[in-house]
Design a binder for this molecule. Structure first.
Ligand code: 5GP
Length: 195
């Protein structure tokens, strides 16, 4: 029988509290506002994981700004792995030509998704293209990408919450946490594995 997920109990360890996230997002917003010094900026966020981060970050930035949303899916990988094959499910709704564009990402793991996105967006001739990610997991990086703004560098663990999902759930948690192993493995396998 499939067990109903218990959002809070399924999280073994809270990595980042709501307060830590709020403080860091405010800092990032201040730095971005200073760096662009009054110039208009276009934030391009990548659905769905970046949704809470985008909503909080845009309100922490004191600049004239536009937002646009893309949705991409990487396919061919497992539930917790990226494959590098990226499909655009939703494209930009307006041109970004000659604009200062800042990509707003939830997490960079292997870097494959972002690498694809950066090349795709460069092809649209923005004046500048920078990257802001809430989380950086450098341990499994396969492609080097210069990231301009990083919220938190985290260890190589699969995290959920504050937009990040496992099987489309857990996005609404206010914190970022690590799922208990039995959530991936199912209770029987977890017992055999001694977890
Ligand atoms: P990358 O292409 O950099 O390996 O992975 C990027 C995408 O994989 C992220 O946008 C996210 O959707 C997913 N991802 C990578 N690591 C994690 C993680 O720890 N938790 C969750 N929920 N998604 C992740």
């Amino acid at each position: 029988m499939t067990r109903a997920p218990d959002l809070h109990a399924d999280v073994g360890e809270i990595l980042l509290t709501e307060e830590q996230i709020a403080t860091r997002v405010a800092e990032l917003g201040r730095r971005i506002s200073e760096d662009y010094a009054g110039r208009p900026v276009t934030l391009v966020s990548v659905l769905k994981g970046s949704l809470p981060f985008m909503a909080d970050l845009m309100r922490a930035i004191d600049l004239p700004l536009r937002i646009d949303l893309m949705e991409v899916s990487s396919y061919g990988g497992g539930a917790t792995e990226s494959s590098g094959l990226v499909r655009i499910l939703k494209d930009l709704s307006a041109t970004i030509e000659r604009e200062d564009v800042l990509i707003v990402e939830d997490i960079i793991d292997t870097g494959l998704t972002l690498n694809y996105l950066v090349r795709y967006l460069r092809g649209k001739n923005p004046a500048t293209l920078r990257i802001c990610t809430l989380l950086d997991k450098p341990a499994r990086r396969l492609v080097e990408i210069p990231v301009d703004y990083i919220g938190f560098t985290i260890p190589d663990q699969f995290v959920v919450g504050y937009g990040l999902d496992y099987g489309e759930l857990y996005r609404n948690l206010r914190f970022v946490g690590v799922l208990r192993p039995e959530v991936y493995a199912g209770p029987a396998e977890a017992e055999v594995a001694g977890v």
